[in-house]
Design a protein around this ligand. Structure first.
Ligand code: GLA
Length: 734
């Protein structure tokens, strides 16, 4: 009965799409963008077009001649190329059947289109293997206003025998241009999201992670692909994708002999064969796709709009200014240390205090990173009055209170490790290799999922005044293996771990919809849309040096918005880099994200004290613009001139906040000038410098009124030639 309803639905839906040259034309569209596929029954579906909307897509005819002598008969790209037939490229899908057959040939079955709400339309294109009872559903959810299309795939074993999924991507994008420039984001701990752009040459370039946890620490599953030249800010065709998955991933860019670029993105197939029993299915994560014919600035604004609405908790709520205890106290604190920090934080106008690592463990106290993880009871020696006392103290001072946990992990030196050795990720009898002195709990095991959920639940229950959790994860997966999974299914670990994590997040969000949660994994080690959607913000890096943060935040903010970018002012010399940088520079960089502090506030004295207090006041002034506005990058820190600038413009274009930074010494004759962007050319704007240190202005025409057109065509000049000079301007429509 179900099957019949399904077929009826499918075939009714066909009438929604058009037909051309005897083929059915299937369109996946947003307000400005469109993907076009053509399909004929019992043949494969062709990927015809992806880009700006056509004036009239109903008259779509395919491009025509595409074959060469002595080659594949038709080189039209398929919607989802499986390994089999005449496919010589890396496949989007590879299955092994019960009888040992290694190939798959997909044909079109039908499609379904559903309006989910006023902004989201779902399209499902259904394919089936020509011989075996395996269906492959290619899903698209098109977000109309944000011009985002999320693609995912479901493999369904509809037969009576097992099928092994060796590889299934989330998306496949075929492109054809004169040249291709890939921007990807590489890095390491304390240097995440470093932009690398390269011209692709024939062959395959793969960006991947096999680390299981902290999968985005050294490569990101987010990319830009520019056609016919390096990516520009305000011009040129750019395709972008970001995989919403917190596990192993692979992005493959295959430049083939036809001159085409074939982009595959999804879970990493490495050691990950997934066995589907009869009637089981496997659902891939979503690839979040967008396109712009006006450069990468628009790509960023699409992702930011979409994230605030769909990929972030409370994306419409202003974020509090935080003091985090880590760099100010590390593991060395008692109650008085913390209450003193809160007293001082309140004086600065800070709005939340977050107690970081070091508050738990009794038999194995957490006085360093070598003990205590897993034993989530408050350390009675350090904090004899408990968490409740501290949280109440914060609230009495007008601060919210937050606390750090790392519930996926366990130190060998803990009660938990002794009690549940079977919960630890391990490879048979091999040594369990510690990293940061800790082991990983096996989240493929439902009992471990319960433990992690209960940890969160119990920690939050320590006080009704806990309103924020910092969730950390400080190691990778190595010597992989699970005591829970059967020996045949050890390769399921990578998928089941992430699904286990997401099921814990789901339970937490069902019970605690209002709590704020920070996504942290030794800094930006888990920066992906899969995890972010359960969180309010992310810790971009453990590197708090503003000079490095300019680059890290440039990379992170290409996809993820400022409202979610935790950026803290720390002490000088910087603890990670030893750099000594001016307090104003440290504040100005942190103010381009969600401002916070991470130091001993009592050490900020004299002029610095007045400046910091005022900077926090100024941030409150521009906070809605930074957190809800449109980002316009103006000068990239990667340009060789040693300046960097950007601005946020409110959606109604009535206000803007402009930031400029000098990253090196500029000789006395070189001067800084910058054209603004994103303003209303027909309106007048007053330009006021804020965050001024000791009367030292960098902008000489303070409070002058300019026309928007003038600001964008002629621009402004600032005196910021010395290393680590910086300037912040508030721009207000008159
Ligand atoms: C990780 C985080 C830091 C801090 C420490 C605590 O490194 O990224 O911010 O919380 O753990 O151990």
């Amino acid at each position: 009965m179900k099957r019949i309803t399904f077929c009826v639905l499918f075939f009714c839906a066909i009438s929604i799409s058009g037909f051309s040259q005897g083929k059915e034309i299937i369109k996946v569209e947003t307000n400005d963008l469109i993907m076009i596929f053509s399909a004929s029954k019992n043949e494969n579906v062709i990927f015809e077009y992806w880009g700006d909307k056509l004036n009239d897509a109903s008259v779509f005819v395919s491009k025509g001649f595409r074959s060469q002598p002595d080659s594949n008969k038709d080189s039209s790209p398929q919607i989802f190329p499986a390994y089999g037939g005449k496919l010589y490229l890396n496949p989007a899908l590879r299955l092994t059947y019960h009888d040992g057959v290694l190939t798959t040939e997909l044909e079109y079955v039908g499609m379904d289109k559903k309006t989910l709400d006023e902004n989201r339309i779902e399209t499902v294109i259904r394919l089936k293997d020509k011989i075996y009872p395996v269906f492959v559903d290619v899903h698209f959810v098109a977000y109309q206003k944000e011009n985002i299309i999320c693609q995912s795939v479901t493999v369904i074993n509809d037969g009576k025998k097992n099928v092994s999924v060796e590889n299934v991507a989330s998306s496949y994008i075929p492109l054809h241009a004169q040249s291709y420039y890939l921007t990807h984001f590489h890095g390491t701990w304390a240097a995440e999201m470093q932009l690398k752009e390269e011209k692709l040459t024939p062959g395959v370039k793969i960006i991947e992670s096999k680390k299981g946890v902290r999968t985005t620490q050294s490569e990101s599953p987010s990319f830009l692909l520019s056609l016919n030249g390096p990516a520009q800010e305000n011009s040129g065709e750019i395709y972008a994708g970001s995989l919403a998955w917190s596990g192993n991933f692979a992005l493959s860019f295959e430049f083939d002999e036809r001159g085409m670029l074939n982009i595959l993105g999804g879970m990493n197939p490495f050691a990950s064969t997934y066995h589907l029993l009869p009637k089981q299915k496997l659902q891939t994560p979503e690839m979040v796709l967008t396109y712009s014919s006006n450069g990468k600035g628009q790509i960023t604004r699409n992702y930011h709009d979409w994230s605030r609405k769909y990929a972030l908790q409370h994306g419409d709520k202003i974020r509090p200014i935080i003091l985090n205890s880590w760099e100010g106290a590390y593991f060395n604190f008692d109650e008085k240390t913390l209450t003193d920090m809160m007293d001082n934080a309140a004086k600065f106008g800070i709005e939340m205090f977050v107690l970081d690592d070091g508050w738990f463990g009794n038999k194995y106290p957490r006085n360093g990173d070598n003990a205590g993880l897993g034993d989530w009871q408050v350390n009675a020696k350090k904090l004899p009055h408990g968490i409740n006392y501290l949280a109440d103290y914060a609230v009495a001072k007008g601060l919210k209170f937050g606390i750090w946990i790392e519930p996926e992990m366990v130190n060998p030196e803990s009660d938990l490790a002794k009690k549940h050795p079977e919960w630890v990720v391990k490879s048979g009898a091999r040594d369990i290799l510690p990293m940061r002195n800790q082991w990983l709990l096996d989240l493929s095991n439902p009992l471990v999922q319960d433990f992690v959920f209960n940890t969160f639940d119990q920690v939050v229950s320590m006080s009704h005044n806990i309103s924020y959790i910092k969730w950390d994860a400080n190691r990778h997966v190595d010597n992989v293996g699970s005591d829970y999974l059967s020996k045949e299914n050890q390769t399921h670990f990578w998928y089941d771990y992430v699904k286990g994590l997401y099921s814990v997040y789901d339970r937490i969000r069902a019970k605690y919809p209002d709590i704020e949660i920070q996504l942290c994994s030794s800094g930006g080690g888990r920066l992906d849309f899969g995890a972010l959607k359960y969180h309010d913000e992310f810790w971009a890096s453990d590197n708090t040096s503003p000079l490095n943060r300019i680059f890290i935040q440039y990379g992170s903010n290409t996809f993820f918005p400022a409202i979610a970018t935790a950026a803290h002012v720390s002490t000088s010399p910087n603890h990670q880099t030893g750099q000594m940088l001016p307090l104003k520079f440290r504040f100005d960089v942190a103010m381009t994200g969600r401002l916070g502090m991470e130091l001993q506030p009592k050490d900020i004295i004299g002029d610095d004290y007045e400046f910091a207090k005022n900077a926090i006041k100024d941030y409150k002034l521009i906070r809605p613009i930074v957190q809800f506005g449109d980002l316009y990058r103006l000068i990239s820190p990667y340009d060789e001139n040693g300046w960097s600038s950007l601005m946020y413009v409110s959606k109604d274009k009535k206000q803007a906040a402009f930031f400029a930074f000098s990253l090196k010494y500029h000789d006395r004759t070189t001067f800084f000038e910058n054209k603004l962007n994103g303003l209303d050319p027909t309106k007048n704007y007053k330009v006021t410098e804020i965050n001024i240190k000791s009367g030292h202005h960098s902008f000489s025409n303070n409070e002058k009124v300019y026309n928007g057109d003038y600001l964008m065509k002629v621009g402004l000049g600032m005196n910021i030639g010395n290393p680590f000079d910086s300037s912040v301007l508030l721009i207000e429509q008159q």
